[in-house]
Design a protein around this ligand. Structure first.
Ligand code: SAM
Length: 314
């Protein structure tokens, strides 16, 4: 329901409903992965709150907690959060990331083609019901880099954790260039004009697979996901499944693994389906390439690479 400039193509190709994996099929795949050691599941998109039945899916995933699942999370644009916050809390969602790239209503509309006020209302609703939240902000030079200080001030005032994300070459229109990237260093320099910034990197308090580098601004935590200037491929353990059953071992993987047929067979308890899926998936996982830096050359040669963030969830 949003059309963020850094994510969605201008003319998206809408998926047909019958091409999507059902919640039942998704659940079987999640169970399969939890049996193999996956401890955290994040529901993203697209926009998860646009899919009917998503709250029930969160509740269903609770069945995997006794099997080793530790966290169920979601990333949302927050537009429909006001009406869903209570139900998500009740369904046992552990935490929620909300995207917010500008506090200026006009700029927000330019970026997303939607209004800012429902998102702010959604954030308040999530706080009121006690859902732990983080705010994600993608910064682009010449577009919303003037939001570093307003967002930082707001996060301190509201006592909300904020994470700035470096703009990645996964925009729908393939217009990304390094000139648009607001680097971690630029963000820190801007923050330093108003706050006392201290690095938390030497503290091992956060999980080693957390993609965000941690800082304090006047004692308040802030994170920066600097995929471009400080790649973290060596510690990244994320795996992604698209709504249509394509599996990615990296955001920048040139190709996903088409698992739809295998997942459908698994959900139908077809003989040997688990074994076959296990072989395919583990081989792919253990042969992951290096992310952003490995694709630099490929980007030059194939500028029209089809992957964009709206399909793989961020
Ligand atoms: N619709 C939800 C939302 O808006 O948060 C979930 C999906 S969205 C693809 C997940 C995250 O990816 C958002 O925080 C978004 O800002 C981020 N994202 C999208 N395109 C990006 C890009 N090109 N570079 C960096 N982050 C991006």
């Amino acid at each position: 329901n949003f059309k963020c400039v850094y994510c969605m193509p201008e003319h998206p190709e809408w998926m047909k409903k019958h091409d999507l994996l059902s919640f039942e099929e998704l659940y079987h795949f999640c169970a399969f992965m939890v049996h193999r050691g996956i401890e955290a599941i994040r529901i993203t998109g697209g926009e998860p709150l646009m899919r009917q039945g998503v709250v029930h899916f969160v509740a269903q995933l609770q069945n995997l907690k006794p099997l080793g699942l530790k966290r169920i999370s979601m990333t949302s644009n927050g537009h429909y959060l006001k009406q869903y916050a209570q139900a998500l809390k009740q369904a046992g969602l552990d935490d929620l990331n909300i995207s917010l790239d500008s506090l200026d209503a006009d700029q927000f509309k330019q970026l997303t083609q939607k209004d800012l006020s429902p998102v702010l209302a959604g954030i308040r609703a999530a706080q009121e019901v006690g859902l732990p939240i983080k705010i994600n902000s993608v910064l682009m030079n010449g577009i919303n880099n003037n939001q570093i200080l307003p967002l930082a001030r707001w996060s301190v005032e509201q006592n909300i954790q904020l994470r700035f994300i470096e703009f990645m070459p996964l925009d729908g229109e393939h217009k990304w260039s390094t000139a648009h990237v607001v680097s971690e260093q630029q963000i820190l320099d801007t923050l330093s004009t108003e706050f006392i910034v201290t690095s938390q990197e030497h503290h091992a308090a956060h999980s080693t697979s957390d993609p965000a580098r941690q800082y304090l601004i006047d004692g308040h935590p802030i994170g920066i996901i600097s995929t471009i200037t400080h790649s973290f491929c060596g510690s990244c353990d994320r795996l992604r499944l698209t709504a249509q059953g394509e599996f990615y071992n990296c955001l920048f993987a040139p190709q996903g693994l088409q698992l739809k047929t295998e997942i459908k067979a698994l959900a139908a308890s077809a003989p040997l389906s688990e074994l076959s899926l296990h072989r395919t998936v583990s081989n792919y996982i253990w042969n992951k390439e290096q992310g952003f830096h490995a694709i630099q050359q490929r980007l030059k040669n194939e500028p029209s690479r089809k992957i964009s963030m709206h399909m793989i969830g961020g």
